[in-house]
Design a protein around this ligand. Structure first.
Ligand code: FAD
Length: 405
């Protein structure tokens, strides 16, 4: 920095679009960049462009609160998120980029009998799937997370907690940058400040390429990984998506010394919290209650979230908020992702991760690359079809978890 950043080597070249690619990926978030990396590394497909309307990692990848866990209820989800967790374990080495994956543990608080029953059901289901998750008494929960208020007369008494020890956090920007650098090294073009305006289809209906702000780019295959704007991009190809887009907000406090050793989530009070390596408390909750493409969100939700956090952690009552922000999340009716082929030949989609797709980044990217390369589902993403909303074979995590971060 003392040189005014003048002598810093470029991490990846600023590419300009070529006339034609084997694969165009729309959206340079972690999922899109990761898919480009795995296409190059595992399938030898390097004539790939990742096209981003803004700056790389400036979507939800750079806006999320980085909770990583795999303790989902249904078999399909547990397999997908646990596949991602396996990849997280080795991602820094794989990319030669420190993504700061920290297995500090995610604890989900039970405040009423329903929570207790529901989390214990999750624990049993997780164990059957080989996913670690265990029950803690209130005293054990307090030992694991000392700032927790377990007083029996608390407004939201803690009746126990489910702990996934292998879960935790990672550095979100590093994930985007690491995948970008590793993909670019293998020949992938990353094109920023270039919105995709429409997906073009040929006379036989199959994909021909994309119209962008920098002109038409021909492509044999197009994969849309444009969280928040999937419906808009897919509509241009004539595909209607079962998605609603909501603002999702988060905030951080002023930085303080290490005080919070893990991640704690509470579905009942609708808030979750961790502490970043910079010392800020990272706080979030559920989506705003209206659909919108605004990346701001309303203040009442922040007030509600902070009030909930102060009830469960009275130690933080006098902390000051530093900043808040929002992202746009695509939400499906069953709160599970859509990852796979579409009715249009050569067009693939990865979306619907809602409030919880950061944790899936390596797994989603890895299986999306497989599907694009082979034009067939990977065994892990096979259930996450678009067709499930017509066949009714849902993966109903909406019923299984209220706050799905
Ligand atoms: P993104 O990073 O959003 O990438 C999509 C990219 O597509 C964007 O960069 C966008 O600019 C680009 N794009 C869109 N339209 C176009 C176009 N027409 N042309 C070109 N490019 C386009 N998940 C968790 O697992 N844990 C959490 O704790 C968590 N907390 C969250 C908190 C907040 C406040 C938010 C907003 C999200 C949170 N999530 C969390 C969800 C998570 O961030 C997302 O599911 C995940 O990052 C999606 O990754 P992505 O790569 O698909 O999307």
């Amino acid at each position: 920095a003392l040189t005014g950043h003048k002598n810093w080597p470029e991490q990846w070249p600023e590419a300009q679009p070529r006339a034609e690619y084997d694969v165009v990926i729309v959206g340079a978030g972690g999922h899109g960049l990761g898919a480009a990396y795995y296409l190059a590394k595992e399938h030898g497909i390097t004539n790939v462009a990742v096209i981003e309307k803004g700056w790389l990692g400036g979507g939800n990848t750079g806006r999320n609160t980085t909770i990583i866990r795999s303790n989902y209820l249904y078999d399909e989800s547990a397999k997908l998120y646990d596949h991602a967790l396996d990849l997280w374990e080795n991602l820094s080495t794989e990319l030669n980029y420190n993504v700061m994956y920290s297995k500090r543990g995610v604890m989900m608080l039970a405040h009423n009998v329903h929570d207790v029953q529901s989390f214990q059901r999750h624990i049993h289901a997780n164990r059957l799937n080989g996913v670690d998750n265990r029950w803690l008494t209130p005293a054990e929960a307090k030992k694991f997370c000392p700032p927790l208020n377990i007083a029996p007369d608390a407004r939201y008494p803690v009746m126990g907690a489910a702990l996934q020890q292998r879960a935790g956090t990672a550095r979100h920007d590093a994930v985007a940058w690491g995948y970008a650098r590793a993909a670019a090294k293998r020949g992938v073009d990353i094109i920023q400040n270039c919105p995709v305006i429409a997906i073009r289809r040929g006379p036989d209906g199959s994909v021909e390429g994309v119209d962008t702000a920098k002109g038409f780019i021909k492509a044999k295959k197009v994969a849309v990984s444009a969280a928040g704007h999937t419906s808009v991009v897919m509509e241009s190809a004539g595909v209607r998506m079962p998605l609603e887009s909501y603002p999702l907000q988060a905030l951080v406090s002023e930085p303080v010394k290490p005080v919070f050793p893990c991640v704690v989530m509470s579905n009942t009070v609708h808030a979750y919290i961790s502490q970043s390596d910079k010392g800020e408390l990272v706080i979030g909750s559920g989506t705003d209650q209206y659909t919108s493409y605004s990346q701001r969100g309303g203040l009442p939700l922040i007030e509600h979230t902070v009030a909930a956090i102060c009830e469960v952690f009275p130690i933080f009552t006098r902390m000051r908020m530093l900043r808040k922000w929002g992202g746009i999340v695509d939400v499906t009716p069953d709160r599970s992702a859509i990852l796979g082929k579409t009715p249009v030949k050569g067009l693939y989609v990865n979306c619907g991760w809602g409030t919880g797709g950061f944790k899936a980044t390596p797994g989603a990217a890895h299986t999306l690359a497989w599907t694009v390369a082979k034009d067939e589902p990977h065994p892990i993403n096979a259930p996450f079809t678009l067709e499930r909303f017509t066949t009714g074979r849902l993966i109903d995590e909406a019923a299984a978890a209220a706050v799905a971060h």
